[in-house]
Design a binder for this molecule. Sequence first.
Ligand code: ZN
Length: 60
Amino acid sequence: MAVPKRKTSKSKRDMRRSHHKAEVLSLGTCSHCGQPKKPHFICPSCGYYKNKEIVKVSGE
Ligand SMILES: [Zn+2]
């Protein structure tokens, strides 16, 4: 099995981990109900996408 020749320095380890962060949430608003929703996803609160009802949301 291949094994690293050198211990990764704290600097290199931390440089690698500098990308380990939570993704920034990008949210749009639904044009039908105005609730926040993910772009290119159907609206979770009303089930609309492109001004058309795609799925029925229970408890509306
Ligand atoms: Zn909606």
